[in-house]
Design a protein around this ligand. Structure first.
Ligand SMILES: [Cu+2]
Length: 408
């Protein structure tokens, strides 16, 4: 994870269930239907404008009919902002668009089901945000895709669910080996297993995050800990395996975990992993995966790269960030590949763009391969980091249009 999700006072439990989210720059040409022309109940999406400032979050209407809804979010303030659509409880994140710079407009595309919601802008990206109630009325419209593309979308969802299950299976087996070595005090083996096992987690990170409680328990970084919050999971064990010098530990001598502590935290990581396995293998899970969830997840994975891996903040002790980087890209590519035929049919230029930028980014990453994995993040020069970050941004841009291209 890249940030303390718990600190946002919201989790993403409902994100997949409700469907689409996409942070698309406002490029009318990328959206097949003209939103403005369909406000009165036509086939196209309903577009609402949102203006975010330091002290207001003005949504142009407090309700919308169910179906495709586009929130066109303009940052009219001076600070970077975010916009959320939350479930009725104000806790679960249904959809969100992050990192909207001053003066910019980003679209959030949602396949909205009837119900009560809460909208929120978060100028400065801190606190609970500026909230208002929002209602989705029942339009009677069927929001499921129709026509020949529907089969491709269905196939993409089936394949993606299979991918997620397979990754959690590998994660569970790998975690069993990892915690066995760690609990036994076989630190060399545990260090060898750390990055390759975590690959399976990072490939499906948005799915794990959609189960709001599991992500902080399993993947919280020390830098994101809040007062009174217990630190558990992968990064706690990472620090214990790559024990820092006092200079890298806020001036304090690092105290290794005791054998009993090791056993406790290892046990918890394993039971959380089992829980992730169980939830993704439950029949209901497949129902939450649609084209929008896949497209959203692909963009979310790239956001993870941009805000955590390319900065070296994810693996601050082991410096295995490039493994995670590759895993996030893998997961995004799998999501995109599943939808590629649909994108190709609806927006050929976008497909071409995505193909090219995935290839460019992979080409750059390949330069840092070493053995079965990657060089340490600390071996990268500032210019190499900059180059990687630019390639991530270049891919992020068209990827943010993926959901809109497929769903609208
Ligand atoms: Cu992570």
């Amino acid at each position: 994870m890249t940030r303390n999700r718990a600190s946002r006072t919201a989790t993403r439990t409902a994100a997949l269930a409700l469907g689409a989210v996409v942070a698309a720059p406002l490029l009318a040409g990328c959206v097949p239907n003209d939103p403005a022309s369909s406000e009165a109940g036509g086939d196209g999406p309903v577009t609402l404008s949102v203006s975010s400032t330091a002290d207001a979050c003005d949504v142009s209407a407090a309700e919308a009919p169910s179906g495709n809804v586009v929130f066109s979010v303009k940052n009219d303030g001076d600070e970077v902002t975010e916009f959320y659509l939350l479930a009725e409880d104000g806790l679960r994140i249904v959809s969100e668009v992050e990192n909207i710079g001053p003066g910019l407009t980003r679209d959030l595309v949602v396949v909205a089901k009837p119900g009560s919601y809460v909208t929120a802008c978060k100028p400065g990206m801190v606190g609970d945000g500026i909230r208002a109630d929002f209602t989705v009325t029942d339009s009677g419209a069927d929001t499921a895709p129709t026509g020949e593309l529907a089969d491709q979308v269905d196939a993409a969802a089936v394949n993606y669910v299979a991918y997620v299950k397979d990754q959690t299976e590998q994660l569970l087996t790998g975690t069993e080996d990892f915690v066995a070595a760690y609990t036994d005090g076989d630190d060399d083996t545990a260090r060898d297993l750390y990055a390759p096992v975590r690959l399976h987690w990072e490939r499906i990170e948005p799915v794990a995050e959609s189960f709001g409680d599991l992500d902080p328990s399993m993947d919280l970084r020390e830098a994101d800990l809040e007062a009174g919050q217990e630190w558990t999971g992968w990064h706690l064990l990472e620090k214990d395996l790559w024990a820092p010098e006092p200079a890298d530990n806020g001036g304090e001598k690092y105290t290794p975990l005791t054998t009993a502590e090791r056993a406790d935290y290892a046990e918890r990581l394993l039971s959380d992993t089992q829980e992730l396995y169980d939830r993704t293998h439950a029949a209901e899970f497949a129902d939450t995966i649609d084209a929008a969830a896949i497209g959203n997840g692909a963009k979310g994975l790239l956001d993870e790269v941009a805000t955590g891996k390319v900065t070296g903040e994810e693996e601050i002790w082991s410096h295995t960030d490039l493994w995670d980087f590759q895993a996030n890209v893998d997961g995004a590519k799998v999501g995109y590949d599943g939808l590629r035929d649909v994108v190709l049919a609806k927006d050929e230029a976008l497909a071409g763009d995505l193909d090219e930028r995935f290839e460019t980014l992979q080409g750059l990453l390949d330069q840092y391969q070493e053995g079965d994995g990657f060089v340490a993040y600390t071996e990268l020069t500032p210019d190499q980091v900059k180059e990687l970050a630019a390639a991530v941004d270049a891919l992020s841009e068209p990827l943010s249009q993926l959901t809109a291209a497929v769903v609208l």
